[in-house]
Design a protein around this ligand. Structure first.
Ligand SMILES: Cc1ncc(COP(=O)(O)O)c(C=O)c1O
Length: 461
């Protein structure tokens, strides 16, 4: 009889041969984009379809800490984390070591055929750390959109109802169902319809753009929701209401205090499942492990992706056991869903979040970002609003002296100028006029201040 194999405890794997450390300073070796990036862009024009638009002009070569080095040797400060994904740092050595250890043993079986422990361990961990003491189950997928698709499948199977309610400014993905759930037409939906039916949209309390106080915005949004749910569609036809606890692509729209608990109660009162889409907000990003925790909200289902894998493609749906157990055997899955290498990476990410108290680091980063940007807003009327939570902060840019007219052109110009000066920033917003900051939590204060000097200067030009 052979001995059973003992799996290595996470965090103890030997690191594969390491590259020299990536210097943690901003450095321009060439003009931006440099010759090597320009050459790759020229090749891309021939080889790639134009629908694959890239926002940045530089091509990445390696990254880590708070820096992305491009193919020309320029070191740019990373304020985007690959859209909130490399939260624990890009190519983090401990995540790479965990993935490497797993990859040496097993890269794939398809969990639906032959199971492996890394999948199970990750599901157990997620069920354990997500909000709520009730019995939970977790299933794994590869992308955020796939998690949302499956959350809808679970909700429909469990309730026997088909309606899905989503919000203005929502982004839930680019597959057919999630395009229907996403609000913004261009670029996400334009020319790609028709979309599935039974998706209903309700206003999101965007208090910066609504008249009155934040509380009045919350009251009005709930009144509109009641109109749609109770009067127009009927709660008996609605399986779930899906909301990002802070709307990401929509422009980091933070719901007024109290809105999420009231929404959760609204759902419970009507037998509708509340799905929190934490694909962008989850995994220490907002200063809590999950953004729902900020107000003690316990969703029925939660979707996760992005930060969970530290750069490896992995996504999850975590939910009430009775909901998750509703679909028939074999009804859920996918060839790559819960890939073992990505599971090993995710387990290491979660270990770091806990042991290194990454939510606290997100809060520190948030304080630096908000205090610097609010100070800049005092003398810069183009900064209409500074909002967000933890390491998920944005500025909404408007035409000075106007009635909050969105200035998307300025945001595009600032993002380009920042890159030319060695800082990577992302844009967002229904009106395209939001600059968003999602730095890796491994960025140093020094680099963050240096990046903010550049951003604030470009916002003032
Ligand atoms: C809140 C939210 N949901 C879903 C998605 C879709 O995730 P993916 O791009 O991995 O399919 C995103 C991606 O930005 C997101 O921010």
């Amino acid at each position: 009889m052979t001995e059973a194999h003992t799996l290595p405890a996470s965090g103890t794997q030997a690191a594969p041969t390491a590259l020299p450390p990536l210097e943690q300073t901003r450095h321009l070796a060439t003009e931006i984009p440099g010759p090597a990036s320009r050459e790759l862009s020229a090749r891309a024009t021939q080889a790639l379809p134009q629908g694959l638009g890239t926002a940045q002009q530089t091509w990445a070569y390696r990254a880590g800490g708070g820096i992305v080095e491009d193919v020309d040797g320029n070191r740019l400060i990373d304020l985007g984390s690959g859209i909130a994904t490399t939260t624990v740092g890009n190519a983090d050595p401990r995540v790479v070591a965990a993935a490497h250890e797993q990859a040496q043993r097993l890269t794939h079986t398809c969990f639906l055929n032959q199971p492996y422990e890394a999948y199970l361990a990750l599901c157990e961990k997620l069920s354990d750390i997500t909000p709520g003491d009730h019995a939970k189950r977790t299933a794994l997928f590869s992308t955020g959109a796939e998690a949302l698709e499956n959350a809808v499948k679970y909700a429909r199977a469990a309730t026997g109802k088909s309606g899905v309610v989503v919000f203005d400014h929502a982004f839930h993905g680019r597959t057919n169902m999630t395009m229907a759930m996403t609000a913004k037409n261009n670029p996400y939906k334009k020319s790609f319809g028709p979309f599935p039916g039974e998706v209903y949209r309700t206003p999101s309390p965007y208090s910066y753009r609504w008249a009155g106080t934040a509380q009045e915005a919350a009251d009005e949004a709930l009144a509109q929701l009641a109109l749609i749910v109770d009067a127009q569609v009927g709660p008996e036809n609605i399986a779930c209401i899906v909301l990002e606890p802070i709307q990401g692509e929509g422009g980091f729209i933070v719901p007024p205090e109290g809105f999420l608990p009231r929404l959760s109660e609204f759902c419970a009162d009507r037998g509708i499942l509340f799905v929190a889409d934490e694909v962008q907000t989850g995994i220490a990003r907002t200063g809590d492990m999950f953004a729902c925790e900020h107000e003690g909200v316990v969703p029925d289902l939660m979707t996760l992706a992005k930060g969970l894998g530290g750069g490896y493609p992995i996504a999850a749906v975590v939910g009430r056991a009775e909901v998750m157990d509703a679909p028939h055997r074999g009804g859920i899955g996918g060839t790559y869903a819960g890939n073992p290498v990505a599971c090993a990476a995710a387990l290491e990410v979660l270990r770091q979040c806990e042991e290194d108290n990454l939510p606290a680091r997100a809060r520190e980063i948030g304080e630096i970002l908000t205090s610097r940007l609010r100070e800049a807003a005092e003398s810069n009327p183009a900064i209409g609003d500074v909002r967000g939570r933890g390491a998920m902060i944005a500025v909404e840019v408007v035409v000075p002296g106007s009635d909050k007219t969105p200035d998307a052109a300025k945001v595009g110009a600032v993002a380009r100028a920042c890159e030319q000066n060695g800082v990577l920033v992302l844009t967002a917003g229904t009106y395209g006029n939001v600059l968003r900051f999602l730095p890796p939590l491994t960025i140093s204060d020094e680099l963050l201040h240096d990046a903010l000097d550049v951003v604030i200067q470009q916002l003032t030009v």
